[in-house]
Each structure stands twice: as structure tokens, then as C-alpha cells.
Design a protein around this ligand. Structure first.
Ligand code: BGC
Length: 782
């Protein structure tokens, strides 16, 4: 666990003032830098000690067989695992004759600062070697938002007490040894070793290059580095390369007051089709592009990119400095995960670790894209274009399952299904509606018609076809989806999961609407009036399970009749339940891993009135154990809507601190990107009460008493809107763009850039606070 005091509470930075090796693995995730294309974990410059060395390229993976004790038809045969590619971060240092290693000698001070405005990770440390020679090492690292193939390090050494002989080895290292996998936690990645087959190595003067390929997935990965060295006259350089390492060695005699500075630019490139010369040229060209800017130019570009982002996306919180810091940290990592992913997936851990094998799930479309839609919309279009590109695999999967349209994978890197556990994977068809929902939201929030025509129609049509073939009308005409798995993974293969049904309904309606707007595209996809009418019929007849005796909706048909889980007999150390109880038992009882029906209350809020939301929320709250980090943020949103402000505030705290406090003890494997996105959702959709209704943003703001102000900026239809909530009122300001139609508590109004508008907050209903399962109440935030 990361202790509360690990990072100083500051509004724009994450500062670690001492090096605690016990939480080094976690801090490597927290300090990871990424642009969505390249990911560098926050490993120490010298490479060791480390928790998990990690350099990732979005999409670069290796295949491995998925063994089954009992095979079955349609089981995916091949697994995919993200691989640790060539490490370009490494800067080894020799001080006189001793390697700089924080485990030896004396570490006098050590500070790392992640600056959320500049996008730089800076480390300053003072170290005395076992022989007593003291040096100050300063390193600054970035992964460029502006140049997606580029990362860079500036590394400086200065002696503090006596003259010193310094050797810096700046390296590209492939096939690093990985720590052994421990325990049976299915969320941890399969460790694949020596997966990079050397193809070419090169070193000349300041330039280094390595090219490797993977055996099964057939990907070619190149990396190159170039350097600028500043040092006194005694400074000399040499370079060499071998199959798995290329190295620039810099030697220097430093007197007190002198410094050695090595600036290292690193480029990466990969391809499944390009030849060795082409990949070599690609990384050399990327490096040439970065050289024209140089280190300082890259630093300036980084700042410029982030200034633009924060102007569109910042969230200000008064009254809780910890949440203020954490929500900016969360937004920064969400941006890092998606900014330059460009037609690649956004993995559940971003590129911060190898957890979940680097797979992408529904997390992207359901949690991350909703945030990026209002803060960085271009990256949403790119992420959805990736889904479109994977449609051939999704169509094949649907055929294999005996269905029409396209069945997108539950977990994947390259677009094909690699979930080996079908009840949680294949049966979780809701991912298809989540993708459709992301398309609908993006188009409504941006008005991007070209995207709708070129990408949206095809995704909506193919997913609607899937739903229509998956469901059936019963003899009353009601449309059912039997045997599906909803978001809650403590239930599986159930009939009429309410979330799935309602999201499928949304998908079917949206497809029927879109084919009316884009008749040419629809005809090209073979959609006729009859097919679209059948989608509408199915949508209007979708089964919505409801228990009239209890007055609550059912998570799935018959769910409320199941035996209640014995929470009193469940010890705290038996959570997460999935590691301590058989799925067989979890599936047949009322116990919920993560918001499922409660998520439907948010995503399909139009289908419930406030009283229904309050009753449903209270009912499901009693059995939701939050063994998934995707839960707290959803609970925060509905708790805020139905008036449980303290509880909503507690859940905001949980979502936002998931990784900074390592609440699930697995931050080592990478950050929980969806939970971090959820921190924004909890504040903006929760306390901001923001909903998109028929293309118009509607706000019903409210604040818990601990917060005196919440302000956020969102982008909508090319405008920039600022919403500022205080304890009694809300002010809407149009920062940029033409007049905008908005709603405040469902009352429409027009906002112009010349006149901000202020409204009173809605009064809060008083309701008794619902209970959580024994021992699972969120930490009360004061
Ligand atoms: C959750 C899934 C989620 C996955 C990746 C699981 O624990 O139950 O909903 O997609 O983690 O974050």
C-alpha cells in the first residue's frame, strides 16, 4: 500500500520526497509517462532497482497458446500479451569506480516530481558512494505529446565535494529480465521472456539503433537514440552495440562546480508489415524530426500541448486539496492513455504496466472515452476508428458464434477475442452497446458528421445486427437477451441483464436513426427499411426486469429471488471475493462485484424517474462489494443524483485515490485508467450533474458541504464551456464559440460569450443513507 503521506499534496504536481523501495513498483506506475503510443514506466534511470521494468508500444504484443483442460467450440486459441520492448530510459552511472545504485552507499536526498502542467518527470538526488564521494544527479524525462514516436531524457551529474571521474552509459536495452510472476491473481500479466528476436544493431558516434521482431505475432520493433553531450574538456564519448544492447559511453573528469549533461532523444517504431529497412528508416526519420527541435524544443512543445489540454479540461476543487491534486493527476493519466493512441486501443492500464496483459476492455468506451469526448474529442474519433478497423475480426467472431453483425471482443490487443473464460468474456455482449454508445455520445457532443458517416454508421449497423440476432421475441412480443453477462462479474450467463438490455435498446434505436440520416451508407451495408424497422420493434419491446413486490428493477430476470451472500461471515481478507470463492457460488447469490444496474441508472437515466433511481440505488448498494475499481465512480454519480452527497463524496475519494493510495494493492501492475476517468465522471456527472440529453448538455449541480467550489471546463460542439458551482449557485460561462443551447435542471437557456448566466442549485431531497455490505462501506471523507 502507498501511505497517505507518500506524495505531497500540491495542486499541479506529484512530489515524492524520499525513495521508499517498498513502494517502488507502485510509484513506477504512478510516475509512468505516456502519450498513448509509447509508455515508459517510472523506472529509475539506472534501471535498477526496479519493481517492473516497463517500456511499451501501443499494440506491440506477443501471442501465446491458451491451454484449456477441457476445450470447447469457439474458445479463442491464442492469447495476446503486451511485451516489454526496448528500454530507452536507461542511463547507468559510474562514480569513480562504483556504480550509482541507491541500494549502496548513502542516498542523502531523493525527490521525484511529476509536473502535470509541463508533462515532465524530474528527479533530483544526492548520493554518496560507499567510498564517500558525493554527487548530485538530476534527470528530466518526457514522452512527447507533440511527436508521438519520441521520448527523451536529460541527465546531469555534478560532484558535490571532490573531483570525480564519471562514466555515463546511455543505453537501449532489449529483452530485460522480468521479475517472476507471483500468486494466482488472474489480473497479473503472463510474463513472456526473451520475446524480441534480434535483427539488427547499430552504433555510430552519438547514434544507436536496435531492431527486433517477435516470433508469433510477427511484429518488427525498432528503436533509435541520439545524444547531445555537454561537459568539460575532459569529456569523451564512444559507442558500441550488440544484439540486445546499444550503448553510448560518456566519460568525464568533473571538478567541483562542473557538470556533465547528456541529452538523449529516443524514437520508436513498429510494424506488422514493414521490412527491416523500412522500420530502420522510420525510427531514424522520427529521430531526425525530434533533432530539429532538440531537447528544449521538445520541452516547449510538451508545455504547449498541455496548456491547450488544461484550458479545455481543468477541474478545480476548493475545500479538498487532496481531491484537487488527484483529479488533475487522473486527467493527466487519462490524457496520456488516449492522446496519441491513434487507431489503437486504449488498454485498461493505459501503457503504465502489464496488468491484464495489456488488454483493452469495455473500460475504454464506457469510462475513458466519455471523459475524452468533452476534453480531447479528436482522440475519441481515433479510438473508435480503431474499433472500426477491427470490424473484420468482430464479424468473424459473430459468425463463429452463430450470430449476425459484429461481436467485438471482450478483451484484446489486436481486435480478436482472447478471453479464455467465456462466461465473463464472450457472454459480456454489452461491450458492443458500449462501443455504440461511445459513437452516439461523440457525434452528439461534437456534431462530427463526417465521422458519423464514415465510421459511426458501420459500427452502429453491425452492432444492431448482432443484438437483433442475439435476442428473440417471446409469444407476448417482448424481446429478450438470454444467457448474457452484464458488467457485474459476480453474475454470469443470466437472462435479460437490465444494463445489457437497456444499452442494446439504445444501440438498436441509434442504428435505426442513423440509417435514416445516411441512406447511401446504409444501402452500401445492405440495410433496408424492413431491417431498420425490425431493430425499432426489438428496441421498443426489450424486456426490463422489475420486481413489483420490492418495487425495484432486477439486475437480471430473477436476480432479486437469489439467496443473499453471507456478508457477515465474509472476512475482510477474503476480498476480492474472486480470489477466495468459486464463481459457482458467487453466480447464484445476490452479491455484486461492480455497479451494473446502478450504471444503467446513469447511462440510461432517461428511462427511470428519480424515485426509482433512489430505490434501486438503495437496494443494490447493500450487496455491491466494489471488487472492481470501475464501481465507485458509478455509485458516486447516482448517490449524488438521488441526494446522498456525503456518500457520493466518499466514492469520489475512492475513485480518485485508487492508484495514489493503491487501494486495491495492485497499482504495481499499472494504473486503473477507467477509475481515474471515473474520478472526472464522479465530479462532473456526479456533483456537476452533467448529462447529454438529445444533443444538449443538461446540468443539475449540487455540492457536498465539504467542498466550497467545483469548477470545470468542457468542450461541446466546438465551444468551450466553464461551469462553476458554489454552495448555492452555479455560473455558466461560454469561454469560446458561438451561442450554445444548454439546460439547467431540464430548463433550457441560451448561453452567449458576452453574458455568463447564474442559476440557483436544486434543493436536495432527504433520504436515509443506504447501507453497504458489512465491512465494505467506503472510507468516510471529512
Ligand atoms: C472488471 C471489468 C473490467 C476489467 C478491466 C475487471 O475487474 O470487472 O469490468 O473491464 O477489470 O479493468
Amino acid at each position: 500500500m502507498i501511505s497517505q503521506s507518500a506524495y505531497a499534496v500540491e495542486p499541479w504536481t506529484l512530489r515524492e520526497s524520499e525513495l521508499n523501495l517498498d513502494v517502488l513498483p507502485q510509484s513506477e506506475s504512478v510516475f509512468a509517462l505516456s502519450n498513448g503510443h509509447i509508455g515508459w514506466r517510472g523506472n529509475l534511470d539506472e534501471g535498477e532497482p526496479h519493481g517492473l521494468p516497463g517500456s511499451y508500444l501501443n499494440g506491440v504484443h506477443e501471442l501465446h497458446p491458451l491451454p484449456y483442460a477441457e476445450a470447447g467450440y469457439g474458445y479463442p486459441e491464442s492469447g495476446q500479451t503486451v511485451i516489454n520492448v526496448t528500454n530507452g530510459k536507461v542511463m547507468r552511472l559510474l562514480v569513480n569506480d562504483e556504480p550509482f545504485d541507491v541500494r549502496y552507499g548513502k542516498l542523502r536526498s531523493h525527490e521525484r516530481v511529476l509536473d502535470l502542467r509541463t508533462g515532465l518527470l524530474r528527479r533530483v538526488c544526492e548520493w554518496s558512494s560507499p567510498a564517500g564521494c558525493t554527487v548530485r544527479v538530476t534527470s528530466t524525462r518526457l514522452v512527447s505529446f507533440a511527436q508521438r514516436a519520441i521520448a527523451a531524457v536529460a541527465y546531469e551529474v555534478e560532484p558535490l565535494d571532490s573531483d570525480v571521474r564519471i562514466v555515463v552509459q546511455s543505453e537501449l536495452v532489449a529483452n530485460e529480465q522480468l521479475p517472476r510472476k507471483s500468486g494466482g491473481d488472474p489480473r497479473v500479466a503472463a510474463a513472456l521472456e526473451n520475446v524480441l528476436i534480434p535483427e539488427e544493431h547499430f552504433a555510430d558516434d552519438m547514434r544507436l539503433r536496435l531492431v527486433h521482431r517477435t516470433e508469433r505475432s510477427g511484429l518488427r520493433v525498432g528503436s533509435a537514440a541520439d545524444h547531445v553531450v555537454h561537459g568539460p574538456g575532459t569529456t569523451a564519448t564512444s559507442s558500441e552495440s550488440g544484439q540486445n544492447v546499444a550503448r553510448l559511453t560518456v566519460t568525464s573528469e568533473l571538478r567541483r562546480g562542473e557538470r556533465l549533461r547528456v541529452e538523449k532523444l529516443v524514437s520508436y517504431g513498429w510494424s506488422g508489415v514493414r521490412s527491416l529497412p523500412a522500420v530502420r528508416d522510420q525510427v531514424d526519420a522520427a529521430l531526425a524530426g525530434a533533432r530539429t527541435k532538440g531537447w528544449q524544443g521538445l520541452v516547449e512543445q510538451q508545455r504547449e500541448y498541455l496548456d491547450g489540454f488544461w484550458a479545455r479540461a481543468d477541474v478545480e476543487v476548493d475545500g479538498d486539496a487532496e481531491i484537487q491534486q488527484a483529479v488533475r493527476f487522473a486527467l493527466f493519466h487519462v490524457l496520456q492513455a488516449g492522446a496519441r493512441a491513434e487507431k489503437r486501443a486504449i488498454p485498461a492500464k493505459g501503457l503504465t504496466g502489464s496488468g491484464y496483459d495489456g488488454h483493452t476492455f469495455w473500460d475504454g468506451e464506457s469510462f475513458v472515452l466519455p471523459v475524452l469526448t468533452y476534453t480531447s474529442p479528436d482522440s475519441v474519433a481515433e479510438a473508435l476508428r480503431w474499433r472500426q478497423e477491427t470490424l473484420p475480426a468482430a464479424r468473424d467472431r459473430a459468425r463463429q458464434l452463430g450470430l449476425r453483425g459484429a461481436a467485438f471482443p471482450w478483451r484484446t490487443i489486436d481486435g480478436s477475442e482472447c478471453s479464455a473464460y467465456w462466461p465473463a468474456g464472450t457472454a459480456a455482449f454489452h461491450v458492443n452497446a458500449d462501443i455504440a454508445d461511445a459513437v452516439v455520445r461523440y457525434v452528439a457532443a461534437t456534431g462530427d458528421e463526417e465521422f458519423e458517416r464514415e465510421t459511426g454508421v458501420e459500427i452502429l449497423v453491425e452492432t444492431a445486427r448482432l443484438w437483433h440476432s442475439l435476442g428473440h421475441h417471446d409469444h407476448h412480443g417482448t424481446f429478450h437477451f438470454d444467457g448474457v453477462t452484464g458488467p457485474d462479474e459476480y453474475s454470469a450467463v443470466a437472462d435479460d441483464n437490465l444494463y445489457t438490455n437497456m444499452m442494446a435498446q439504445l444501440n438498436l434505436r441509434a442504428a435505426a436513426d442513423v440509417v435514416e440520416r445516411h441512406t447511401g451508407q446504409a444501402a452500401a451495408l445492405g440495410v433496408d427499411d424492413e431491417e431498420a424497422a425490425a431493430w425499432r420493434d426489438a428496441a421498443e419491446a426489450v424486456a426490463i426486469p422489475f420486481n413489483a413486490d420490492l418495487g425495484v428493477h432486477e439486475q437480471s430476470a430473477g436476480f432479486t429471488g437469489h439467496q443473499m451472500w453471507d456478508f457477515a461471515a465474509t472476512r475482510p481478507d477474503q476480498y476480492p471475493l474472486l480470489l477466495n470463492f468459486p464463481y459457482f457460488d458467487l453466480y447464484r447469490k445476490q452479491v455484486i462485484k461492480q455497479a451494473d444496474l446502478v450504471l444503467a441508472l446513469y447511462k440510461r437515466g432517461d428511462a427511470f424517474d428519480l424515485e426509482q433511481k433512489a430505490r434501486n440505488f438503495a437496494y443494490y448498494e447493500r450487496m455491491t462489494v466494489r471488487d472492481s475499481s470501475l464501481s465507485a465512480c458509478c455509485q458516486a454519480v447516482i448517490a449524488a443524483e438521488v441526494g446522498h452527497l456525503q456518500l457520493a463524496y466518499d466514492y469520489v475519494g475512492e475513485a480518485v485515490l485508487m492508484d495514489l493510495a493503491d487501494l486495491e494493492s495492485n497499482t504495481v501492475d499499472g494504473l486503473h485508467i477507467a477509475s481515474l476517468a471515473g474520478a472526472w465522471i464522479a465530479l462532473v456527472a456526479g456533483f456537476g450533474g452533467m448529462r447529454l440529453r438529445r444533443g444538449t448538455l443538461d446540468f443539475s449541480p449540487t455540492l457536498p458541504e465539504q467542498l466550497s467550489r467545483l469548477a470545470f471546463v468542457v468542450q461541446v460542439r466546438g465551444r468551450r464551456l466553464r461551469v462553476e458551482i458554489t454552495d448555492s449557485s452555479v455560473t455558466y460561462t461560454l469561454l469560446e464559440g458561438s451561442p450554445l443551447e444548454l439546460c439547467h435542471c431540464e430548463e433550457p437557456f441560451t448561453l452567449t460569450s458576452s453574458a455568463p448566466q447564474t442559476r440557483r442549485l436544486r434543493p436536495q431531497p432527504h433520504r436515509p443513507e443506504p447501507e453497504q455490505p458489512q465491512g465494505r462501506r467506503p472510507v468516510r471523507r471529512h
